[in-house]
Ligand binder design. Structure first.
Ligand SMILES: Nc1nc2c(ncn2[C@@H]2O[C@H](COP(=O)(O)OP(=O)(O)OP(=O)(O)O)[C@@H](O)[C@H]2O)c(=O)[nH]1
Ligand SMILES: [Mg+2]
Length: 389
């Protein structure tokens, strides 16, 4: 797929031979429906139809046997319609398996029969989903459930109730009921499943900032790296080993651009992935245009517009590619940036690994501190004894 992007990019580059501008080319690319189609192939969101099985009908039947006159009602009950259940399985990492079909319909209950034979209950339909799946009602957008833990289940479409057979309705006043209940219809609904990656750290920045290079430097992940923007088309995860056998999951998020919050570029599709990260590393290409301060604010604005909470997330700012500049020059830029932002700025080179370890340590400390803070909040004596929330 990256090959396609590469080709389209090269074509566009030739189309704008003089002083071409990456952003301009990317805007043009977005107008190509073909391009958009290829980009939307990543499955982190899927809409499906789920329907519980219908309850089986009850049966109207009377015992008819030789030499037994007036055999009573013996119509059995129908079986219960099966439920559709979403279950968090540790064996699944993506929603890809669910894309094989759109409709998930659970088994109907069997119909009741004579001689008091009840219909069979439908067998529940279990759909396995990965941890971190958010279930929404696709029509209203309402969040139905956030499946965060492995082994968690939710009945998403209840099967219909069984219909009772006429034997059930026999009473002193009605010895021969000639009616039975129909089974109830199973519940049906359209739902949207969204997969949120649960990473500890999100690496964000403009396209080409060096996010994938950084991930490959700190973990054994091998995302594609190239000198054209939007090389990374879907979030890449990497596990970073920290001292004391600790591990953190880093997510390299596809490049963000101006307008990302409203769907421009790839970023908005993936911004939701950083909603759950504990910390973000904001990577800025020190050698590129716009200048570091401007590109910093550009991304911050997008985060805020997408979800103000995202912009409140603890952030570590790092200027990348310092190997391209003279030490005196890059230190000057970093100093000025830190002063203007009143925040520490880490000068790093993802390619050479310069200062990368220091940055990782800082990330680990910040996460430790955050976890400590959260734990101390949880242990506050609130409510009844033993109740922490
Ligand atoms: N000199 C130098 N080049 C770097 C450094 N980090 C990344 N690059 C180069 O910058 C280009 C883009 O790097 P990527 O890691 O693909 O950038 P990205 O941020 O993942 O880009 P997208 O996936 O398109 O958003 C590549 O040509 C890298 O080799 C660095 O520290 N120094
Ligand atoms: Mg990348």
């Amino acid at each position: 797929m990256n090959l396609v992007v590469e080709l389209v990019y090269i074509l566009c580059k030739n189309f704008f031979p003089v002083d071409y501008d990456n952003t301009l080319i990317l805007r043009e690319l977005e107008t190509l429906p073909f391009f958009i189609n290829t980009l939307s192939m990543f499955v982190d969101e899927v809409t499906i139809f789920v329907k519980g099985g219908d309850g089986g009908d009850g049966c109207v039947s009377f015992r008819r046997e030789k030499y037994i006159p007036h055999g009573g009602p013996d119509g059995g009950d129908g079986g219960k319609g099966a439920d559709v259940i979403l279950h968090v399985s540790e064996k699944i990492d993506t929603l890809l398996d669910i894309t094989s079909k759109v409709k998930f319909i659970a088994e109907n209950g069997g119909s009741g029969r004579g001689s008091n034979r009840n219909g069979k209950d439908g067998k529940d339909l279990i759909i396995n989903v990965p941890k971190g799946t958010l279930i929404k009602d696709s029509e209203t957008g309402r969040v139905i459930k956030d499946l965060k833990k492995t082994g968690e289940s939710i009945r998403i479409a209840r099967g219909g109730k069984k219909g009772r057979g006429n034997a059930y309705f026999k009473s002193a006043t009605n010895q021969t009921p000639r009616f039975a209940e129909e089974g109830k219809k199973g519940r049906e609904r359209w739902i949207k499943l969204e997969l949120k990656l649960i990473a500890d750290v999100g690496i964000i920045g403009l396209p080409n900032a060096g996010k994938s290079t950084f991930l490959s430097q700190v973990s054994s992940a091998r995302p594609k790296i190239a000198s054209y923007p939007f090389t990374t088309l879907q979030p890449q995860l990497g596990i970073v080993e920290i001292e004391d056998f600790k591990r953190l999951v880093f997510a390299d998020i596809p490049g963000l651009m101006k307008g990302a919050h409203s769907g421009l570029g790839l970023g908005s599709t993936f911004l939701r992935h950083i909603e759950r990260t504990k910390v973000v590393i904001h990577l800025i290409d020190i050698s590129a245009k716009p200048d570091p301060l401007e590109s910093y604010y550009l991304i911050r604005k997008e985060l805020k517009l997408f979800n103000p909470k995202l912009s409140e997330k603890p952030e570590i700012i790092a200027t990348n590619k310092v190997d391209l500049l003279d030490t005196r020059i890059y230190l000057n830029i970093v100093k000025n940036l830190a002063k203007k932002l009143s925040k520490p700025v880490y000068p790093i080179s993802a390619i050479t690994g310069k200062n990368v370890k220091t940055l990782i340590k800082r990330v680990a400390n910040l996460i430790d501190k955050k976890t400590e803070d959260e734990n101390s909040c949880l242990s506050l004596p609130v409510g009844r004894q033993g109740q922490t929330r």
